[in-house]
Design a protein around this ligand. Structure first.
Ligand SMILES: NC(=O)c1ccc[n+]([C@@H]2O[C@H](COP(=O)([O-])OP(=O)(O)OC[C@H]3O[C@@H](n4cnc5c(N)ncnc54)[C@H](OP(=O)(O)O)[C@@H]3O)[C@@H](O)[C@H]2O)c1
Length: 305
């Protein structure tokens, strides 16, 4: 059995990883009382005791706007904790998968971001995640036993995300407005989980043939969208499957008309080619993946009623 320690098990990605766990994985899922990422040095000591073969670091300070108001805690969780995970794994010999984000880029280009492009974050969350990546690379670069896996616009059937927000809003309001000038690739937690388990399963071969020379990877579902187009698709699927009950109106607005504490990149599409080549897996079109996820959400809703 492979001993994998999953942080962020109560989050939306954690939920999918638990649901899709392969049989040969012994998954340890400490909650924040057992492993608090605000206390990186405690995390270091706990990893020395547990000695996992892998850490899947899915825990993060993910409130992009609140991060602007609480930078200190955000940097502790998103930069310092991964650094101490890396320090501990250097001693125990374990591997790390660090989940990172499209928000490490500023969004000022109009073609997909390559894995080796310079990071140019424009908000505290993006900066803290970028620095988390840097710290891991500083600690572990000679060992190459880490993968930094960036993803974008993540949504799962459990937890808080853009899809659950839209469904909630549409259950309360007749009309909503959604930003139409920011573009990205919607991605479901199920798609990303598949890639994560695949990385672990192929790691021995990857190492044998020295394929992890540049350990930064991108993964999103296939295609791209604006938040507005995504909201329309959530609405259309939701109406069809009975998650949303009656006709509502969604209007497009510009980012300049929707003030938030944190700046958002206008374009954050990730080039996933190198990851696709490495793992030899197909990317699912985002609308198909979203449909599947909303069906799962409906199932959960029916189970809880
Ligand atoms: N959501 C997106 O659109 C998106 C996009 C790109 C990349 N990502 C990255 O994907 C990863 C997974 O995100 P997600 O959407 O699954 O996040 P999420 O649903 O917001 O869950 C965050 C998880 O982190 C845990 N956590 C927060 N502070 C902690 C602390 N001090 N100690 C221990 N655990 C703590 C939370 O635990 P509690 O339940 O105890 O709070 C929760 O389990 C993150 O690395 C995120 O940066 C997300």
């Amino acid at each position: 059995m492979i001993k994998v320690l999953l942080t962020g098990a109560s989050g939306q990605l954690g939920y999918s990883l638990i649901k899709t766990k392969p049989a040969n994985i012994n998954l340890i899922t400490p909650d924040r009382d057992e492993l608090d990422l605000r206390k990186p040095k405690d995390c270091f000591n706990k990893i020395l005791n547990i000695k996992p073969d892998w850490i899947l670091n899915c825990a993060a300070y993910t409130s992009v706007d609140l991060a602007e108001l609480n930078p200190e805690i955000c940097f502790k969780i998103n930069r310092d904790a991964p650094k101490y995970f890396a320090k501990a794994l250097k001693i125990t010999g374990g591997n790390l998968i660090q989940i990172s984000t499209d928000y490490v880029f500023n969004g000022s280009q109009n073609y997909p971001y390559l894995t080796n492009q310079i990071k140019t974050p424009i908000n505290i969350y993006g900066q803290s995640k970028a620095e988390g990546e840097n710290e891991i690379q500083k600690e572990m670069n000679n060992l190459k036993n880490y993968y930094i896996l960036r993803t974008s616009w993540l949504m799962g059937e459990k937890g808080k995300n853009f899809a659950s927000n839209i469904i909630n809003l549409l259950s309360k309001k007749e009309k909503i407005e959604v930003v139409s000038d920011q573009f990205g690739s919607p991605t479901t937690t199920t798609s990303l989980s598949k890639v994560i388990w695949e990385l672990i399963s192929k790691d021995t071969v990857i190492k044998k043939y020295n394929l992890n020379k540049f350990p930064i990877y991108h993964w999103s579902d296939q295609g791209s969208s604006s938040w507005y187009e995504l909201a329309l698709e959530i609405y259309s699927i939701g109406l069809k499957i009975g998650l949303i009950e009656k006709n509502k109106i969604i209007n497009p607005i510009k980012s300049s008309e929707y003030k938030t504490d944190a700046k958002r990149p206008f374009f954050s599409i990730l080039d996933c080619n190198s990851t696709q080549k490495l793992l030899n897996i197909e990317r699912v079109p985002w609308k198909k993946s979203l449909h599947q996820m909303l069906l799962e959400k409906l199932k959960e809703k029916n189970l809880n009623n």
